[in-house]
Design a binder for this molecule. Structure first.
Ligand SMILES: CC(C)(COP(=O)(O)OP(=O)(O)OC[C@H]1O[C@@H](n2cnc3c(N)ncnc32)[C@H](O)[C@@H]1OP(=O)(O)O)[C@@H](O)C(=O)NCCC(=O)NCCS
Length: 357
């Protein structure tokens, strides 16, 4: 059957929906494209390549120059017939070099394709999951030592689901009914929510004042996010436009974007997300958790994590998941000690450097 691989200006969701729906079951927790890629389907800022056979869309590749990475999916009924290989060849021609590709779920097929096309794992995002009741494991003195170790050093970033990653915005829940939300005016500033975990550093208890996001917090939130994720290729570039785009999503809940303040101002944040899971109960996500570099090593990460898990439990989350850099041992330890277990991994396969002659 004749196949055509073509560049499309703005393929749009409607054109790709049959392909994306057919491939949605490839891995638990989401479809083949992440949130950023879904948001770009109607944009000409990314390179879109569509593979068609007899008018049917059988494969799609998107390359986003901002991140220098691609996402690729082939219709399950049209696999092992060279569609992915053809899309990758065309992408190399368009971009001028072989592209790095995300494999969400890191299936055996993706691994084999990577090997065959001369790619190797460059980054790994671990997806971890926890039942909300496990969040109680976060409390207690046994974790105080870990708390300091977890957020010490490094960029201070712990999780960045949005980054290379957020792939589920098409399947998110509507906002909770207004009646379930405490009205902002009813809350003191900062929110007098009782701290749920006590962070310790050098034997001294420290507590953050934690409250939900308000529009006037945007600049400071973006500043601290950029500092916390200075080394992160996607989340470190999260800007005002990105924030506005997320805030316009039906899942956005200002009360779920928890800001933690200490004496010096905004010290960190935990952005939680609640998404429909297809079942009766929503799934929670540790969407982004970050601590200002100046405030690392005080256990704030653990305190913010706990506050977010409590928030998600109050909202009825049946389980909570998160993405974390699989090579970030401190963050993985934080989440493991908080009751999270690995579920699957997303791997970025990049072209192997050419060997010297
Ligand atoms: C991974 C994926 C894109 C492959 O698409 P495809 O069109 O079937 O791939 P191709 O036909 O071009 O396969 C090229 C080579 O990859 C390897 N390969 C692909 N799928 C494989 C599988 N299921 N088992 C073993 N090897 C496989 C083979 O070496 C194959 O060459 P061969 O058929 O001559 O042996 C497809 O399975 C998919 O869409 N998966 C879900 C999305 C995803 O994981 N994307 C990330 C891609 S890195």
């Amino acid at each position: 059957m004749e196949r055509m691989v073509r560049r499309a200006a703005r393929p749009g969701m409607e054109r790709l929906r049959p392909l994306l729906e057919a491939a949605a079951g490839d891995r638990p927790g989401g479809g083949p494209l992440n949130e950023a890629a879904l948001a770009s389907l109607d944009s000409d800022s990314a390179l879109h390549l569509v593979a068609e056979e007899a008018g049917d869309v059988v494969g799609y590749l998107q390359h986003d120059g901002r991140f220098g990475t691609a996402q690729l999916v082939v219709h399950p009924a049209r696999r092992r017939r060279g569609v992915a290989s053809a899309l990758l060849r065309e992408a190399a021609r368009e971009v001028g070099e072989e592209v790095a590709v995300w494999a969400f779920g890191d299936s055996p097929a993706a691994q084999a394709l990577a090997v065959k096309t001369g790619r190797a794992a460059q980054r790994e995002l671990l997806v971890m999951e926890s039942a909300p009741s496990a969040s109680s494991a976060m409390t207690g003195p046994a974790h105080g030592r870990d708390a300091a170790a977890t957020s010490a050093g490094g960029s201070g970033s712990m999780t960045a689901s949005a980054r290379g990653r957020d792939r589920r915005d098409g399947a998110t829940r509507p906002s909770p009914p207004a009646g379930q939300r405490p009205a902002a005016r009813d809350r003191p500033a900062p929110l007098s929510q009782p701290p749920t975990a006590t962070a310790k550093s050098n034997g001294r208890a420290r507590r953050l004042a934690i409250r939900g996001f308000r529009p006037g917090d945007a600049d400071e939130f973006l500043r601290v996010n950029a500092l916390a994720f200075a080394d992160h290729p996607e989340q470190g570039r999260f800007g005002a436009d990105d924030l506005a785009e997320r805030m316009a999503q039906p899942w956005f809940d200002a009360d779920g974007l928890l800001l933690g303040f200490d004496d010096e101002g905004l010290a960190g944040f935990h952005w939680t997300k609640l998404a429909a899971s297809g079942g009766d109960l929503p799934r929670g996500e540790v969407y982004v958790l970050g601590v200002h570099p100046r405030a690392q090593g005080r256990g704030y990460g653990r305190e913010l994590l706990q506050a977010g898990l409590d928030h998600l439990a109050r909202r009825g989350a049946a389980s909570v998941f998160l993405y974390v850099d699989g090579r970030d041992g401190k963050a993985v330890r934080l989440y493991s000690s908080g009751g999270f277990s690995p579920l699957w991994r997303d791997v970025l396969y990049a072209p192997r450097p050419k060997e010297a002659p």
